[in-house]
Design a protein. Structure first.
Length: 318
């Protein structure tokens, strides 16, 4: 069981937040009018922390924000979340996602703002201030080009030195560097894992291939690996050799963007309740399923997720 601390907070560090605009359109060609538009705070850790908050967790978000979009994001981050803003001189980026009525989407992401070394240190200072109340740290997503590749590794080291488990949902060189610091959990998807391991996604999509993949990622330093396989479910493995296969759940698809983040949100909500890994996996998978039926990338039905968690099929395979 991950050593979360009951009643303690989920701390989310989001180094590259965005203001998300999601538009629903009917399938077709040529100009189309949006049937619905949703604006919400974005960035992987923010999505995950919003889900965790909806499930009842106490949450603190640390994010560098600037300009008009930064102010709008701050205004959109509603509810019980404690937002700690590190002011930056540039505008926070925007992301536009267009989703048709078949669930197919196009995601357009603005370039990241320049974040100075002083502003990065401001994020770390806020983390140091928040850690005494922390039960778990979540971080991840892309990094602004000016932020060092080892940023997530540094966060893992800081959290670990305070006895706080750190969860990293990242990719590429930033994930590789973080793995060397032994994060409590990493959650790559099929494409991220195949890039990390230097193989084709199809090599990991099989039952045997996915198990081999989580073993290899564990060998890089992770204490736990949660490899998500889309509609084929996921595989969760621990350093002690335990492996579970989580069944895919069929659900109406409105927008799949944010499902992996919702899984992390459900997982950490269970961690700070001192639930074991299997219970946390179930709540994470149920939260991801709930997310599918919502246009917004950070929205779930918390009561549904709590009730559906017991129905998630979790099979121990090792």
């Amino acid at each position: 069981m991950m050593q979360g601390r009951p009643t303690r907070r989920v701390i989310a560090v989001c180094p590259n937040p965005s203001l998300d605009k999601t538009m629903a359109v009917n399938q077709g060609v040529g100009p189309r009018r949006a049937t619905r538009v949703a604006v919400s705070p974005g960035g992987k850790p923010i999505h995950a922390s919003t889900v965790a908050s909806a499930l009842g967790a106490a949450v603190t978000v640390i994010a560098p924000l600037g300009g008009v979009t930064g102010r709008r994001l701050r205004d959109e981050l509603t509810g019980e979340i404690d937002l700690r803003v590190v002011p930056i001189s540039r505008n926070t980026r925007e992301t536009v996602t267009v989703v048709d009525d078949q669930g197919t989407y196009l995601e357009i992401i603005e370039p990241s703002p320049v974040v100075s070394e002083q502003e990065v240190e401001g994020v770390l200072a806020e983390l140091a201030d928040a850690l005494p109340t922390a039960g778990v740290l979540i971080t991840g997503g892309s990094l602004p080009a000016t932020v060092p590749t080892g940023f997530y590794a540094r966060l893992v080291e800081i959290a670990s030195s305070a006895g706080v488990p750190a969860i990293v949902d990242a990719s590429g060189d930033a994930l590789k560097a973080a793995l060397e610091c032994e994060p409590a959990l990493v959650k790559p998807n099929l494409d991220e894992a195949s890039a990390l391991l230097g193989c084709a996604p199809s090599d990991l999509a099989t039952r045997q291939g996915s198990v081999k993949a989580v073993h290899r990622i564990l060998s890089f330093g992770a204490q736990r690996v949660w490899l998500t396989l889309g509609e084929n479910g996921s595989v969760f493995a621990r350093r002690d050799g335990s492996i579970w296969r989580i069944g895919g759940v069929r659900a109406p698809v409105v927008n799949s963007v944010g499902c992996g983040d919702a899984a992390i949100g459900g997982y950490v909500a269970a961690v700070v309740e001192d639930q074991d890994d299997v219970a946390a996996i179930r709540l994470g998978a149920a939260a991801a399923t709930s997310k599918l039926s919502h246009l917004e990338p950070d929205l779930i039905a918390p009561m549904f997720a709590r009730q559906a968690a017991s129905d998630v099929k979790v099979e121990r395979v090792a």
